[in-house]
Design a protein around this ligand. Structure first.
Ligand SMILES: [Zn+2]
Length: 186
């Protein structure tokens, strides 16, 4: 699994994106309280699939390892359940106050599955576990964090600012490369 730190960081990004969606749907509430709750729930959801499988009522193993009540990366990492949670909470945005919290939590959970997906154990999106087989656990954690934040930033930008910032960035990169090349030539 990706480390808890990485899951936390990508969960915060997913929470921000979920909060942007809640605001866009006009369900941010007075003083954006519900949007803030969405964001906090997102960061909680980012680590949820792992802490939901811990049997906290049982004593830890000898070397301090947690005991699990189910096998690692099974039901708490089930893609269909998280997507269903996201779908139904999104449907209830604006009509039930709790929907935004569930929505943020589900967004964080899905981000968790996405960050677990590249390493060999994989994630049971539908039935059997599937892995992208890109890198081992604990490797390229910075890349996972960068990709999750990049993805959420691009989507939030598209949602709220009609991709103004993404377009600026796209225009900036070739200009920057060209300027660097001209410096190198001189
Ligand atoms: Zn996990």
């Amino acid at each position: 699994m990706a480390s808890t730190k990485t899951h936390h960081a990508s969960g915060v990004a997913a929470g921000l994106l979920a909060a942007a969606i809640v605001v866009k749907a006009g369900a941010g509430g007075a003083y954006y309280v519900l949007a803030i709750i969405t964001w906090l729930a997102g960061s909680l959801g980012g680590t949820a699939p792992d802490w939901l499988e811990v049997a906290w009522w049982r004593r830890k193993k000898k070397r301090g390892a947690q005991r699990l009540w189910i096998a690692h990366r099974t039901i708490t990492h089930w893609g269909i359940a998280w997507v269903a949670l996201l779908y139904f909470s999104h449907k209830n945005l604006g009509s039930a106050w709790w929907a935004c919290a569930v929505f943020g939590f589900a967004a964080g959970g899905i981000m968790h599955l996405l960050t677990d997906w590249p390493n060999p154990l994989g994630v049971p999106w539908i039935f059997r576990r599937h892995s992208l087989g890109l890198w081992r656990s604990g490797h390229l954690e910075w890349m996972v964090t960068l990709l999750s934040w990049g993805l959420c930033a691009v989507l939030a930008d598209a949602l709220i600012f009609d991709s103004v910032y993404a377009m600026k960035f796209i225009r900036f990169v070739p200009q920057f490369v060209a300027s660097q090349c001209s410096i190198l030539k001189t």
